[in-house]
Design a protein around this ligand. Sequence first.
Ligand code: CU
Length: 168
Amino acid sequence: MATSISRRGFLRTAALAGGLLTSGALIAACGGGAEPTPTPAASGTPVTLEIGSKGDALEYDKTTLEVPAGSKVTLNLKNNASPGSGVLHNWVLVRPGTLDAVAADGIAAGEANGYLKPNDNRVIAHTKMAKEGETVSVTFDAPPPGTYDFVCTFPGHATLMRGKFIVK
Ligand code: CU
């Protein structure tokens, strides 16, 4: 008799514990589901931008580029310099206020590093150096809304080859 009661008591406790565990799991699942899931920027609308050098001049053919916030941007840079001129260009997007420092550090980094300091966290996106006649591309998620700078970090180009990159 005593054994039987004890056994029923155990079963009831086990059932209660199981019920608590189950409802706890349900609450956790509901809580998780209610949290807004951040939209990955990579799912943004694709936007393609074209920019080139103005022939042999140390200038981009555009000084302002604009994309909607959340875009997945593909930028194509065409180096329009004459074959054999040895004029190379890249396109480097940097955080506001860092353009001159990134360009200076790029020169110090040298040709072996494509005139960019390795793993520079001031750089948001960049192409490699384009040779004369070459087109190079980079795809990246647009940074948060704001105005950023772009620049060519080939030695001697940064003062003339620069522009604004606007995310709206
Ligand atoms: Cu350049």
